[in-house]
Ligand binder design. Structure first.
Ligand code: FDA
Length: 303
């Protein structure tokens, strides 16, 4: 109740105060700040995936600006020799306004990354976007088979069927590369599991399907029970360390992250940055008020 109240009134707070909440989770406003964070993570044994903040734009001019920002980011990151790839949210490029324009923008970004031998992850957004994002992925994967991946959400009842339906794109030499996460948007019971145990069971079922079929998973969770479940599957299927990776959000559960790195698993950290951090932070908090707990705790622990 209190979490929900804090989360919904946060947009009314002064920006500087919200920054106090957000700074542990966002690399900063500028590309230089993002580079500094990525360099520190690399030095500490982690790979990165960089995300420029922004989503659900109002017009296609914004989409062009976002595309240009990503193209510039890729050049700077490659010049800075950061060990990491990139994540994009298709609604930032006009997915819900003009899906074809969105395709062309993301295609250009993937082509740029592919030119450096790098990789773009298409984030999965709310359930209005899922079919469109799968279609977008298929289209780009056909042209750049090694340079693009997708996200699947364990809370969606359809996800295992989606995975099976995408297997026609898979081959042992060019395996599919999917991030599996719980899913962050508020979705109705009809299409999405709501209970923690159901979501976790489906997460592990999807992950097991990936291991059984040679898909490369990015296991994106901070939930200790899921990490343990994933480790048990890695053991059961005797997965080599190069056949999967763990992924976590910047600033979240650093101890769990450290434990996995020290045990020799690959860890990739999702690093969001950009001018739109305020909208991003307040929206995320409204969507998932439980996060307020972790934020308040981390602020208190920092003293
Ligand atoms: P859970 O929510 O149970 O969290 C476990 C614990 O982790 C919490 O108790 C808390 O301590 C901590 N925690 C989790 N999230 C936190 C946060 N944001 N701030 C502070 N503490 C937090 N979703 C989506 O719909 N589409 C996508 O493309 C992506 N992409 C993505 C990339 C990566 C690398 C990650 C890690 C996550 C995503 N997500 C996502 C978000 C994901 O769907 C999910 O909402 C969050 O990861 C939280 O779920 P957990 O599995 O961590 O469990």
């Amino acid at each position: 109740m209190i979490n929900r109240l804090i989360a919904s009134t946060l947009p009314l707070f002064p920006k500087r105060l919200v920054w106090l909440f957000s700074r542990s989770y966002i690399a900063g406003e500028t590309v230089d700040e993002a580079m500094r964070v990525c360099r520190a993570l690399n030095d500490d044994g982690m790979k990165t995936t960089i995300d420029i903040l922004g989503e659900f734009i109002q017009n296609l001019e914004e989409a062009e600006k976002n595309r240009d920002e990503y193209l510039a980011l890729i050049d700077v990151t490659q010049r800075s020799r950061i060990d990491g790839n990139y994540s994009v949210k298709p609604t930032m490029f006009g997915l819900l306004i003009d899906a074809d324009a969105c395709y062309h923008h993301i295609r250009e970004i993937v082509a740029k990354a592919a030119g450096y031998g790098n990789f773009i992850r298409i984030d999965m957004e709310d359930s209005n976007c899922v079919d469109l994002e799968i279609r977008l992925f298929r289209r780009i994967k056909a042209e750049f088979p090694e340079s693009v991946g997708l996200v699947v959400q364990a809370y969606l009842r359809r996800t295992l069927d989606d995975l099976k339906g995408l297997m026609d794109l898979h081959s042992p030499t060019l395996p599919l590369n999917f991030r599996i996460c719980k899913g962050i948007y508020a979705e109705p019971r009809r299409i999405a599991f709501q209970r923690h145990d159901e979501i976790n069971a489906h997460f592990l079922e999807d992950l097991e399907f990936m291991f059984q079929n040679g898909i490369y998973p990015g296991i994106a969770t901070h939930d200790r029970a899921l990490v343990e479940g994933a480790l048990a599957l890695i053991d059961r299927y005797d997965m080599g360390r190069d056949r999967y990776e763990f992924q976590m959000l910047y600033g979240v559960t650093p101890e769990l992250r450290r434990m996995l790195i020290d045990a020799g698993h690959t860890m990739r950290v999702y690093v969001p940055y950009g001018r739109h951090w305020f909208g991003y932070s307040t929206r995320r908090l409204k969507e998932n008020p439980k996060i307020v707990n972790s934020i308040v705790k981390s602020l208190l622990l920092r003293g």
